[in-house]
Ligand binder design. Structure first.
Ligand code: F0G
Length: 425
């Protein structure tokens, strides 16, 4: 292809144009990947361009996604639809670092995006691409956050949205957002993997543009989590980037960002990736243990509903990301997730259960000596604490035996003496 940006099928190698509307390879149904010709100016100049834009307050370049437009979708031009998103903080927290046993731990808080999760970074690009190709409606299957993000960005774009979510397995905040932003919401009596299969078929039958992370343009946006955190570290890469893993879109996107970052001269060293799954939904972790020889499927069960996925769609490309970064895949139990979450929440930072899996993963990998005690580690908090209020309330108010960090509320009569007694006690 002579264009600066094009799409390649990861399965059969077919090349199609950047504005081809198929969400999968039109020849073999394989997953597509966006390719960019390396920007001509070289790494130093590109870094300088990205850094200069940090002072921009208005327009697309004020977005923490579109600030990196040369590495995302250089020809998006007037089609760009941005909230704006990104520009999330890279936090230090002594109590969280202490809990994880990783003194130099930093937290990249993607829950501070417009709809409360990292999905907005992919969705601004996905909906921009939907506008470029003239899509009449957009759709997704979701464990909740993608649905919330799609619903919002579709509403911003004035496009109808269809979301398919597993009934009774979506956290309250996320379902509320999908409804509030006006998406046609289907509560499917099945799990996420069933929803994705159905959304895939329905989008083809109905001619609706599919915006799951199957869609390669979503991943181009999610790469900017890595670009932005590298920029926040003055382009001096950490030793590790740790991310919770479900459908594996983020793991794949991070691998691509690091590969391009090195090839284009943005960084001279690649951090190791650690993908963390919940024990009850860990097909990628068991595949990792077999050297990725097997592709496993499971029936998922975890209270971290965002990552309750048994048949991750980006398995192949995420495996490549782990291999190429000398990365690892590990698991954490639901109890570990709740404890990590209580540590993050109690430090005043807050995150949803799936995000806490990353922090629990850091603790496990430090204990096992995989992550060194003095290593510089960035854990990605993928979603906001208010996404899943039921889990928080249950943990603090009802869980038995009472967890060490439970903050039990106390009910009283309208009576000052009672307040005094409780405060003194
Ligand atoms: N953390 C949160 C908060 C998520 O919502 C998700 C995925 C992940 C981590 C895992 O990311 O799939 O790229 O490996 N949520 C999707 C959804 C599946 O539908 O909202 P992944």
């Amino acid at each position: 292809m002579s264009a600066a940006t094009w799409q390649v099928c990861a399965a059969c190698g077919s090349e199609i144009s950047e504005t081809d509307p198929h969400p999968r390879c039109p020849r073999c149904g394989g997953l597509l990947e966006v390719r960019h010709r390396p920007p001509p100016q070289g790494g130093h100049a590109l870094r300088a361009t990205f850094d200069a834009r940090r002072g921009v307050w208005r327009g697309a370049l004020a977005s923490g996604v579109w600030r990196f437009i040369e590495a995302v979708l250089p020809n998006a031009g007037e089609h760009i639809l941005t909230y704006p998103e990104g520009n999330t903080p890279l936090l230090t927290s002594a109590p969280v670092a202490h809990w994880a046993g990783s003194p130099a731990l930093l937290l990249k808080h993607e829950g501070l995006n417009p709809t409360g999760s990292f999905k907005d970074r992919g969705m601004t690009v996905g909906v921009t691409q939907a506008r470029r190709i003239g899509a009449r409606a957009v759709s997704c299957a979701s464990t909740g956050n993608t649905a919330a993000s799609l619903a919002a960005y579709a509403a911003l774009a004035g496009l109808p949205a269809l979301v398919l979510v597993p009934k009774d397995q979506v956290a309250a905040g996320k379902l509320a957002q999908a409804l509030a932003y006006g998406a046609r919401t289907l509560l499917v009596r099945g799990n996420f993997d069933d929803c994705l299969e159905l959304a895939d078929q329905a989008s083809e039958r109905l001619g609706v543009y599919l915006l799951n992370s199957v869609n390669p343009f979503r991943l181009e946006g999610q790469k900017t989590i890595v670009f932005e955190l590298l920029q926040q570290l003055s382009w001096d890469p950490p030793d590790w980037i740790v991310v919770p893993a479900g459908n594996l879109g983020n793991t794949a996107a991070f691998g691509k960002a690091l590969e391009e970052g090195r090839a284009w001269g943005l960084i001279d060293r690649v951090p190791r990736l650690a993908a963390v799954q919940a024990e009850g939904a860990a097909p990628f972790a068991s595949s990792f243990r077999s050297g990725f020889a097997r592709l496993d499927r499971v029936t998922p069960h975890t209270l971290a509903t965002a990552i309750s996925i048994g048949n991750p769609v980006s398995h192949e490309r995420a495996a490549r990301a782990i291999r190429e970064t000398n990365g690892v895949v590990t698991t954490v139990s639901d109890d570990d997730i709740l404890e990590a979450k209580a540590a993050v929440d109690g430090a005043g930072i807050g995150c949803e259960p799936a995000s806490a899996a990353a922090v629990a993963g850091v603790r496990r990998l430090v204990k096992e000596g995989v992550i060194g005690k003095t290593d510089r580690v960035v854990a990605v908090l993928t979603g906001h604490v208010l996404k899943d209020p039921a889990t928080v309330v249950h943990y603090h108010q009802e869980r038995e035996p009472r967890p060490a960090r439970a903050n039990r509320p106390v009910e009283i009569e309208v009576n000052l003496a009672e307040v005094e007694r409780l405060m003194r006690g």
